[in-house]
Design a protein around this ligand. Structure first.
Ligand SMILES: Nc1nc2c(ncn2[C@@H]2O[C@H](COP(=O)(O)OP(=O)(O)OP(=O)(O)O)[C@@H](O)[C@H]2O)c(=O)[nH]1
Ligand SMILES: [Mg+2]
Length: 310
C-alpha cells in the first residue's frame, strides 16, 4: 500500500484532450486517414501519382460495392490473377465494407452494407503490380456511389455531366444484377434499366471519347445448375442486344460475368474479376493532345520571342 490510495476507477485512460491539435514540439504525427477518398482526396492523390479511374455504376443492390471490395479481399489471401497487392491508401474503407461478410460480425450470411444515397462520391484505392514485373505499380481509383444516383441519370442524362467519376473515367463498369435476371418477374425490368442507363450515358456527352465500357453481370453463382439454362440463354441474348445497340457509341464495349461473393462458397471470391484487372491495367495510348494554336511568325523578332529563355 502506498502513501496515497488510488482508486483505479479514477484513472481515465482517455484523459488527454484529443481535440487539441499537435504542436511542433510534440513527438508524434497523426497517421493519414485510410478511409475511402472523397473527391478532394482523389484529386490530391492524382496530383501525386497517375491512376486509372474506374467508375462503377448500376442500380441499387446490383453488387457494385461487393465487386470492388472482394477484389481487395482476394489479395488478402494470395496474389490474384497474375497480380501482386502493392498498396492501398483506403484500407479502412475496404475493411469497413467487408466486415459484415466476416465471422467476427456474428452474421450467418455474408452481406455488404448498403451505400447510402446521402453519401457523396467516394473512391477505393488499389495499387497492384504484375507478378512478372513487380517494380511497376498500377494505381486504380474505383468509384463508390449509391445506385439511386444512376437511376436519376437514367431519367435525366444531363445529370451525368455533374458526376466526376463519369466525366473523368478511363473505364465505366455498368453492373447488372444477376439475381434480378434469373427471376422472370424482374428480368425484363433489369434489362430495360441497363439499356436505359447505357443510352443515358451515351447521350449525355459526359463520357470521355477514350473511356472503355464494361458491362458486368454479377452474382453468376446464381446461374449455376441445370435449371438455369434458360436464364443463361436470356443473359447471352441481352449481351448480344446491348453490343448491337451500344458498341459503336463508346471507345470499347465488352461483357464480363462475375461472382463477387457466393454465400454458399461454391465459387471462389472475386471469380471473373481477373479479366477486369487485366483490362484496367492494360497500357493505353497517351491521349491525343490538340495542336496548340500558334501565331503565324512573320518577322525575325517574332521568332526571337519563341526562343527558349527569351
Ligand atoms: N449471391 C451473390 N450475392 C451477391 C454477390 N455480390 C453481391 N451480392 C449481394 O448483393 C447484395 C447487394 O450488394 P452491394 O454490393 O451492396 O450492391 P450495391 O450495388 O453496392 O448497392 P447500393 O450500394 O445500394 O447501390 C449484398 O447483399 C451482397 O451480399 C454475388 O456474387 N453473389
Ligand atoms: Mg454500394
Amino acid at each position: 500500500m502506498t502513501d496515497v490510495d488510488i482508486d483505479p476507477s479514477d484513472i481515465d485512460a482517455f484523459d488527454d484532450d484529443v481535440s487539441v491539435p499537435p504542436t511542433a514540439e510534440d513527438d508524434w504525427e497523426p497517421l493519414a486517414s485510410t478511409r475511402l477518398f472523397d473527391g478532394v482526396g482523389a484529386d490530391a492523390f492524382l496530383r501525386r501519382a497517375p491512376a486509372t479511374i474506374v467508375a462503377i455504376v448500376g442500380e441499387r443492390g446490383s453488387g457494385k460495392t461487393t465487386l470492388v471490395s472482394t477484389i481487395y479481399e482476394r489479395f488478402l489471401r494470395e496474389p490474384f490473377g497474375g497480380y501482386l497487392f502493392a498498396l492501398s491508401r483506403t484500407l479502412t474503407g475496404f475493411e469497413q465494407r467487408l466486415f459484415t461478410s466476416r465471422l467476427a460480425s456474428g452474421r450467418a450470411v455474408p452481406a455488404t452494407p448498403r451505400t447510402s444515397a446521402q453519401d457523396p462520391l467516394h473512391f477505393f484505392h488499389l495499387a497492384l503490380a504484375r507478378d512478372s514485373n513487380p517494380s511497376v505499380h498500377f494505381n486504380l481509383l474505383l468509384s463508390e456511389r449509391a445506385g439511386e444516383l444512376y437511376r436519376l441519370v437514367r431519367d435525366n442524362p444531363a445529370r451525368a455531366l455533374d458526376l466526376p467519376e463519369i466525366t473523368k473515367a478511363d473505364h465505366i463498369v455498368v453492373v447488372i444484377d444477376g439475381r434480378r435476371l434469373i427471376d422472370p418477374k424482374s428480368a425484363a425490368e433489369a434489362a430495360a434499366e441497363t439499356r436505359g442507363l447505357l443510352r443515358a450515358l451515351a447521350d449525355s456527352g459526359a463520357v470521355p471519347t477514350t473511356a472503355c465500357v464494361q458491362v458486368v453481370a454479377t452474382k453468376m453463382d446464381l446461374f449455376a445448375g441445370r435449371g438455369k439454362t434458360k436464364s443463361r440463354a436470356a443473359l447471352k441474348e441481352l449481351q448480344d442486344a446491348l453490343t448491337k445497340a451500344f458498341a459503336a457509341r463508346f471507345a470499347s464495349f465488352q461483357h464480363f460475368e462475375v461472382t463477387a461473393r457466393d454465400p454458399k462458397a461454391k465459387v471462389s471470391v472475386g471469380s471473373g474479376t481477373e479479366r477486369l484487372l487485366n483490362l484496367w491495367t492494360a497500357d493505353r495510348p497517351p491521349p491525343a493532345r490538340p495542336k496548340p494554336d500558334l501565331p503565324v511568325l512573320t518577322t525575325q523578332f517574332d521568332r526571337l520571342r519563341l526562343k527558349p529563355g527569351a
